[in-house]
Design a protein around this ligand. Structure first.
Ligand code: DQA
Length: 146
């Protein structure tokens, strides 16, 4: 089965972006970490990043087609700021029925109040936040047991 790890806006800046909050690992490092975790579990990995909401919607649809064929393990999505704004991403997850892990590097609940609400959480099977980039590996380890 395949795991989609989808990263939203500004996550291409990981490593140089507010390192006190997000750490010094780059998105390439996160890709490496996810590859290793998927290899451990014999899962295939689609690791992607986009700054565009519609592209993320398209990728959820693509994952949904795999889901319909019984070939999807999960979508692990760090939707970045779209977490807090995007009804379109919520509808894409609901419309495809993909099993979703909502992921955040930081503990969004300890930050500004506008980060406390997530449109995605209502459609997520699980939520991971505050473990830094290690959360990606932890989420893959957990999905492998579903
Ligand atoms: C984030 C938290 C969001 O509030 C923020 O907009 C991001 C990153 C995180 O990984 O902690 O871009 O999703």
């Amino acid at each position: 089965k395949t795991i989609f790890v989808l990263n939203g806006p500004n996550l291409n800046l990981l490593g140089m972006r507010e390192p006190a909050i997000y750490g010094s690992a780059t998105l390439a490092d996160v890709n490496t970490l996810c590859s290793a975790a998927c290899e451990r579990h014999g899962l295939k990995l689609e690791f992607r990043q986009s700054n565009h909401e519609g592209e993320l919607v398209d990728w959820v649809h693509e994952a949904g087609r795999l889901h319909a064929q019984g070939e999807l393990a999960a979508v692990i999505m760090n939707a970045g700021a779209y977490t807090h704004t995007s009804v379109a991403l919520l509808d894409a997850v609901k419309g495809t029925g993909v099993p979703l892990v909502e992921l955040h590097i930081s503990n969004v609940h300890a930050r500004e109040s506008f980060r406390h609400h997530s449109y995605l959480a209502a459609a997520a099977r699980a939520v991971m936040c505050g473990f830094g980039v290690a959360g990606y590996g932890l989420a893959i380890d957990a999905v492998a047991q579903w």
